[in-house]
Design a protein around this ligand. Structure first.
Ligand code: RRO
Length: 310
């Protein structure tokens, strides 16, 4: 029987609503096989770059009661290794999503061309890594975002989405939407971690993480209202043209239901995946299915974007 949480991102069908965010536990073949064996709707791969990267010095990921702070610095095996790994992941028979990241924008075409012919179902272009010293997030530079999309979109032969940083002003949602609607984007992924935040330990009088003097990307409970607002805003502006994938502080089926009401076509799990492990995907999806049934919704489509006015 088809699950009540079956959904779509762009033109790609997903067997359920919940999968991993590009970030936690999705860098090595072993980690990706664990995701493959889990109930995740898709196998999401850590953002890859042209070359292998060790990433930033540790400690670089710390969990606190309300979420997490990270400055991983793109640790990954380098794109060629993922091209080798992807055929091995086909045995799990679920959509495979590659996330592409760059140190310089001029690196995107090589990555795109390589993944065009790989057996992946969807590409996520990471326009929002907050943790590279001296590199602004692409998504905060609208001129750059527009010119990059203009250059890259004709090269992309797969369904694709863009991973966005959080925006905090309606003018920015509108300006971004004006750009995005010019291109055949399959999905917007909202949101990456809230960049360059600082958590300190007053006992040790030190920051919690080492890179960049302690400044890092915030995730978990802290960011859920920001993520919901970004999903809602882009859903209202562009929801008829592209899918919206929600990410930020989802720990339960009820959290996922809130993102669904705001217009999310699917959700990704970051901080909670780090904390709970791969059981989180099936658990959150089953909890969501129960909520939908209890409320009389028969599908994701029936509840999507149905936030009621007060
Ligand atoms: O690896 C990271 O430091 C990282 C990336 Br690429 C990203 O997109 N978001 C994040 O919080 N960390």
């Amino acid at each position: 029987m088809m699950s009540i949480t079956t959904t779509q991102i762009g033109s790609v069908s997903l067997p359920s609503y919940v999968f991993g965010a590009s970030g936690p536990n999705c860098t090595t073949l072993e980690q990706l096989q664990i995701v493959g064996r889990s109930d995740a709707a898709a196998i999401m791969i850590k953002t890859c770059t042209l070359e292998y990267r060790e990433g930033n010095p540790e400690p670089r990921y710390v969990e606190v009661p309300l979420g997490s702070i990270n400055s991983m610095g793109y640790p990954n095996l380098g794109y060629k290794e993922y091209l080798r790994i992807i055929p091995i992941l086909k045995e799990f028979k679920k959509p495979i999503i590659a996330s592409l990241g760059v140190l310089k924008a001029s690196e995107f075409p090589t990555l795109i061309e390589a993944f065009n012919t790989a057996d992946v179902d969807f590409l996520e272009l990471n326009f929002s890594c907050p943790n590279l010293t001296g590199k602004p997030q692409i998504g905060y530079d609208f001129e750059m975002t527009d010119s990059l999309l203009k250059e890259l979109v004709p090269l992309i032969k797969k369904p694709f989405g863009i991973k966005l940083p959080p925006y905090f002003d309606p003018v920015h949602w509108e300006q971004a939407a004006t750009i995005f609607k010019k291109y055949p984007i399959g999905a917007l992924v909202c949101i990456n971690s809230i960049g360059n935040t600082l958590i300190i330990d007053p006992e040790t009088e030190q920051p919690l993480i080492k890179p960049k003097g302690g400044f890092g990307g915030l995730g978990g409970d802290f960011v859920k209202p920001v993520a919901l607002a970004n999903v809602r805003a882009f859903s209202q502006l562009l929801g008829d043209k592209m899918s919206i994938i929600g990410v930020g502080g989802i720990k339960s089926g009820m959290d996922a239901f809130e993102f669904l009401l705001c217009g999310a076509d699917a959700v990704q799990i970051g901080t909670q995946f780090m904390k709970e492990g791969p059981e989180c995907f099936g658990r959150i999806d089953r909890e969501l299915a129960e909520i939908l049934k209890r409320k009389g919704y028969k599908s994701i489509a029936e509840a999507k974007g149905k936030l009621k006015p007060l």
